[in-house]
Design a protein around this ligand. Sequence first.
Ligand code: RFL
Ligand code: PHB
Length: 395
Amino acid sequence: MTAARHTTVGIIGAGPAGLLLARLLHQAGIDCLVLEHRDRAYVEQRQRAGILEQGTVDVLRACGAGERMDREGLVHDGIELRYDRRAHRLDFPALTGGRRVTVYAQTEVVKDLIALQLASGPSLLFGAQAVAVEGADTSRPRIRYRHAGRERTLTCDYVIGCDGFHGVTRSAVPEGERRTYERSYPYSWLGVLAEVPPSSDELIYAHSERGFALFSMRTPTVSRLYLQVPNGTDPADWPDDRIWEELEARAALDTPWKPARGPLTAKSVLPMRSAVTEPMRYGRILLAGDAAHIVPPTGAKGLNLAVADVTVLARALTHLHHTGSTELLDAYSDTCLRRVWRAEHFSYFMTTTLHTDAHQTPFETRLQLSQLDRIATSPHAAAELAENYTGLPLE
Ligand code: RFL
Ligand code: PHB
């Protein structure tokens, strides 16, 4: 074993949470180091989120990572809900006093942040797997990690777990000091990328008795499409034609409508889960992003929550750096959890309103349709959805 290295803030994970936090700390003059288990290509290619809230866009822009997003991101003023063979558009700016969302893939956000970080620091180590976090309740927590075949130690003033839902940081908090609230869902998403321009200018969320379907996009020439499927589905059971037919059937309207078809370039099945671990801080260990909470993807909240967490955290660490006061850091968990639970509720609401469980009764389907009809006919109900979807302003 080599001698321990030291940094002020040790960050585990180079997903959006870890990368953005490192950028914000670097800008505030705070020394940090990011350890990432995977290699750069893997992290940059991982297909995930696509929708950025206004607040996320503002933070990325302010930290210097907004140039390509501003050029290539697609600003959307609404979404379409389909149910009962009808379509209803929600006009976000009209419902929220001007808020919008931006379609810009998580892969691109990650590429932009990595490029910035490699160009101007702070340090980012790929292929560095954290195996344990120790000394949470001491003033010198340590990360033990493996890099280039050797085990090493990084001592830190603070350790930030940005290592996603399967990371190691959460388990460094003693079991008696944390509680996880969770829910699983009886369905998954089959997600595909298609080399075809999106069939609609805006996203389409479709409720149908055959199951949920979502028409999203990555660029003006690449579509991102999802189908609700049973848990345990093998993507090999879904040849391309079957996927297109099902997408078409689930989004069918009384008037003729057919999505343009194209070659499918990626297929994967994603399970759905809601989970929150409380508190998000234990001693000098703090959790951010998916390491602390996950949401089913229907509300497009996961990436945005990760950005909100690290924005609050960077502000708290900067305050500590300048004033020596832990006041904001002490409030970190409570500050974040308010937004987290709102997003958990919204994601749960979108998921359970739009998906049809194979075991649900016709009564339950009627309730879903009634709720969708309420959103389509009441500006109050529509505004509630639009405010949550476009995101509450960052405090
Ligand atoms: P990430 O992105 O999972 O990054 C964690 C990083 O930690 C690394 N890691 C380790 N590194 C070192 N040592 C260890 N022991 C480590 N263990 C793990 C991992 O390799 C990884 O690089 O978490 P982060 O940064 O908190 O970001 C969260 C977001 O990635 C996630 O919430 C979103 O992708 C969720 N999500 C969506 N969010 C949105 O806001 N809008 C969307 O439209 C949206 N769509 C989605 C989504 C997630 C999806 N999946 C696959 C879960 C669509 C999908 C399909
Ligand atoms: C996506 O484009 O990946 C996406 C869009 C909206 C969602 C979930 C995922 O609600």
